[in-house]
Design a protein around this ligand. Structure first.
Ligand code: FAD
Length: 417
């Protein structure tokens, strides 16, 4: 096998989590190898609403300007079935964006190409990790023509929910929740957009398929398109997928608010989607390795946390590593700190997303909490601020806070600016 060389860090995966980690470490002077099996421009199975938390991280790394230049409407409102509020002012960003992944991810990859200290390999698949004693010390890469060994004291898995790095290092599972929903989407032109553009979702059901809960969503995005999605409880997934197109449109038709906007528009792309959406939180690091983004934590997209979590975890890891040297003994301490902080950062929204939070408070308390969200705009604003991480989600999404808020606790003192 040929030797590709020795690097300070090898990152597997070059989308949100990988490109941010690579840009941040290269800026610190690290010699970075980043590898992706995709050929860019490349899409991925994902809708793509993202928030100010991602924009802030991209701005820190001088990656945001080309993203802001994309012709995607700035979405000022979140109008979801359980919460409606304006996006908060968050460090200069008071909007969300929805940019197709083949556009967004390609812009990020293109920017990486010109960064000093970054070697980017695309159309190259990592096949296995290399070990030296108890540590991970590199990877084996297949570029379609031959296999290469690349070596580094740190290997980072930014390789998505089926992460080969997580599997190879045996990353422990800290939480696992079975899939909750199946989500499908396509694109339309001609969907009317509100004067103040919003990310819209509407509640529905599909009793014939056994789903008491379903939802349609309409996110205005780049290219003059609107992303139109439909999803339903996972127990209806098997029946739904027997005829995706028919069930997608039958489901939408049952939700008048969504249907009336779609019926006057034109579908311009096939319907894509999946019900294979596991929820898990994996151990985030170990000797010589770390996981960022979906590789470390995957959850159902109904609370729209995936891209933001990927961006924030990548940033957090780079911040911790900044305090050590690649060959330094302090590396493992930095990795352990990262794992602790990532868990603290992700856990409240993960528990909310997976309904574990809801299961930890009495049902009537949860209903009071939801009722107050409907009636008290301050709480709706706080919940949206938590969703975009303009405030720490733990100010809302812990059993204690839900109980206190349901009982009428004051919401003052949480600056969303
Ligand atoms: C249906 C659906 C809808 C979603 N909607 C949203 C949404 O609206 N908003 C949101 O924020 N999130 C959404 N998500 C989640 C979001 O897509 C992910 O959280 C996000 O893409 C994670 O980014 P990442 O960089 O960690 O991993 P990924 O985007 O999965 O990228 C991983 C990369 O690793 C590469 N890779 C994998 N294995 C190897 C290997 N062995 N060798 C080389 N390269 C490898 C892949 O080619 C890929 O490019 C959705 C997900 C789904 C499935």
């Amino acid at each position: 096998m040929k030797e590709l060389g020795r690097f300070d860090v090898i990152i597997v995966g070059a989308r949100i989590a990988g490109t941010i980690t690579a840009a941040a470490l290269a800026r610190r002077g690290w010699n970075v190898l980043i590898v992706d099996r995709a050929r860019f421009p490349s899409s991925t199975l994902s809708t793509h609403l993202f928030f100010s938390d991602t924009l802030r991280v991209l701005r820190e790394l001088d990656l945001v300007e080309p993203i802001l230049a994309v012709d995607a409407p700035r979405l000022r409102w979140l109008r979801f079935p359980y919460v409606t509020a304006r996006f908060p002012q968050h460090d200069g960003f008071d909007f969300a964006l929805c940019i197709r992944r083949e556009v967004l991810d390609t812009l990020l990859v293109e920017q990486l190409r010109s960064r000093t200290g970054v070697t980017l390999l695309t159309q190259a698949t990592v096949k296995e990790v290399v070990r030296s004693q108890a540590r991970i010390s590199g990877v084996v890469i297949d570029d379609g023509l031959q296999r290469w060994t690349a070596r580094a004291p740190l290997v980072i898995g930014a390789d998505g929910r089926n992460s080969i790095i997580a599997r190879s290092v045996g990353a422990g599972i800290e939480s696992r929740v079975p899939p909750l929903f199946a989500w499908y989407y396509t694109y339309f032109v001609g969907v009317p957009i509100d004067p103040e553009p919003a990310a819209l979702a509407f509640r529905g059901d599909y009793p014939e398929l056994g789903a008491e809960y379903a939802a349609a969503f309409l996110f205005p995005c780049d290219g003059g398109l609107t992303l139109v999605g439909y999803g339903l409880e996972h127990r209806a997934f098997a029946a739904f997928r027997t005829d995706v197109r028919r069930h997608f449109f039958n489901g939408l038709r049952r939700i008048p608010d969504a249907w009336e906007r779609v019926t006057i528009a034109r579908q311009v792309a096939p319907i894509r989607g999946t019900g294979q959406l596991p929820n898990f939180l994996r151990q985030a690091s170990g000797p010589g390795w770390a996981l960022v983004g979906d590789a470390g934590c995957h959850k159902d997209p109904h609370t729209v946390q995936g891209m933001g979590d990927a961006a924030r975890s990548a940033w957090l890891l780079a911040q911790e590593l900044a305090q050590s040297d690649p060959e330094d003994r302090a590396l493992d301490q930095a990795l352990a700190r990262y794992a602790r902080k990532r868990d603290q950062d992700l856990r409240p929204m993960y528990d909310f997303t997976t309904f574990q939070l809801r299961s930890r408070v009495p049902e009537d308390v949860w209903e009071q909490f939801e009722e107050r969200t409907r009636l008290d705009p301050k709480l709706a604003e706080l919940r949206v601020a938590a969703m975009v991480h303009a405030v720490n989600p733990a100010v809302v999404y812990t059993p204690e806070r839900v109980q206190a808020i349901a009982a009428g606790a004051s919401l003052d003192g949480h600056d969303t600016g």
